[in-house]
Design a protein around this ligand. Structure first.
Ligand SMILES: NC(=O)c1ccc[n+]([C@@H]2O[C@H](COP(=O)([O-])OP(=O)(O)OC[C@H]3O[C@@H](n4cnc5c(N)ncnc54)[C@H](OP(=O)(O)O)[C@@H]3O)[C@@H](O)[C@H]2O)c1
Length: 339
């Protein structure tokens, strides 16, 4: 049996499991039985930190705007009577104004280019309505961590922050965080919180793995060197890493992963050296490369990283969670850090 260690969420004093479980596919792509088995197993392993969002997952359930994942978590927590044993994170701002426009018919693929133009955003009334709906689906009176899911540059930050401060004041959320956001916006968020006495964010949820984005990748979602420096200067902000195993890229043969859409921001630079370093360590330890990546993320101290597992399969979950017991030697860490 695995025992997942804990980490402090920012400087809140709240401990969360050092690995979070992502509920994105639960209730849409992943059926109830498998989702419940994953959740039960995670909790049995010492997991407490659960990650969902109100929009999960419209792109796997035609004719909806998401909500299935929160509903499933709500049913599971009610059944297990464990709401107070978990640290529940959800997100708002990324449901769509009109999902049928981005996915008109089940026999075509959802159009993500269109979807990205019609997020509901983070205005005060939208966030309030979204949070109330999330609480209803989750069957709880508060969430522990509420993220602005996609940064909304069309709404004044002051409006969003004042709304979040009000949710904290009302006890509907305990803390908040931001996701898919550029460092300069985070800097501004901190300035505004300091100036107005608003509570500051405690978590930053970004795409973050072992590969590094190439110079000029300019992604709002991927942690780059500047964002790492920001995090080092702000221990009150925990880095919560989504897509930590980059959808299994590390376990794929080079021919299979080449041209993968997720690889584009990393291609060039030192990506090939990094793949080679992970593969060398994995070979030496006799474990899958993905497990090495997760162990490496867990070994990071500055900033500390809480990866969110995203698999929908129990066997893969077991394979990945075993990273908590994988000790990387100083030589392995050195090889991985400077491949
Ligand atoms: N804030 C955001 O914008 C944002 C964005 C994305 C995700 N998230 C959160 O982060 C969580 C995890 O993100 P993620 O789902 O992108 O994580 P991930 O673990 O990088 O990706 C999961 C996907 O990779 C596949 N996969 C994993 N290991 C594999 C392997 N060895 N070989 C082949 N395929 C493999 C899984 O397939 P199987 O299911 O078949 O194992 C699943 O489809 C989500 O559940 C969600 O809570 C947040």
């Amino acid at each position: 049996m695995t025992t997942i260690p804990t980490r402090e969420l920012g400087t809140t004093g709240q401990q969360v499991s050092a690995i979070a479980l992502g509920a994105m596919p639960m209730g849409s792509l992943t059926d109830e039985k498998t989702s419940v088995a994953l959740l039960d197993r995670f909790v049995a392993d010492g997991g407490t930190f659960l990650d969902t969002a109100d929009c999960y997952a419209w792109w796997w359930a035609h004719g909806t705007n998401g909500g299935q994942s929160e509903e499933l978590l709500g049913r599971w927590m009610a059944d297990r009577r464990n709401r107070d044993d978990v640290v529940l994170a959800t997100k708002g701002s990324a449901t769509l104004r009109d999902p049928s426009r981005s996915w008109p018919a089940p026999d075509v693929e959802p159009d993500w280019t269109d979807a990205r133009t019609q997020f509901v955003g983070a205005s005060a009334p939208v966030l309030r309505r979204s949070l109330e709906a999330s609480l209803r689906r989750l069957g709880t009176d508060h969430v522990d961590l509420y993220y602005v899911h996609v940064d909304d540059e069309a709404t004044p930050l002051e409006e969003t922050l004042e709304a979040l401060a009000a949710f904290v004041e009302e006890g509907k959320i305990r803390w908040y965080g931001w996701s898919n956001v550029r460092t300069e916006r985070l800097e501004r968020i901190h300035e505004l919180c300091d100036a107005n006495g608003w509570p500051a964010p405690v978590a930053l949820q970004q795409q973050h793995s072992y590969l590094r984005p190439h110079d000029g990748a300019a992604s709002v979602s991927i942690v780059d060197e500047r964002q790492l420096a920001h995090l080092r200067a702000r221990p009150e902000l925990t880095l919560v890493a989504y897509s930590p195993v980059l959808k299994g890229l590390y376990d794929m043969a080079p021919a299979r992963r080449s041209g993968h859409w997720l690889l584009e921001p990393y291609a060039g630079g030192d990506a090939e050296r990094r793949f080679a370093a992970v593969e060398a360590v994995a070979r030496e330890l006799g474990v899958p490369p993905t497990r090495v990546v997760l162990a490496w993320l867990l070994a990071q101290q500055d900033p500390r990283v809480v990866p969110i597992l995203g698999t929908s399969r129990l066997d893969r979950y077991e394979d990945q969670v075993a990273a908590v017991g994988l000790e990387l030697s100083p030589a392995h860490l050195e090889l991985l850090t400077a491949p």
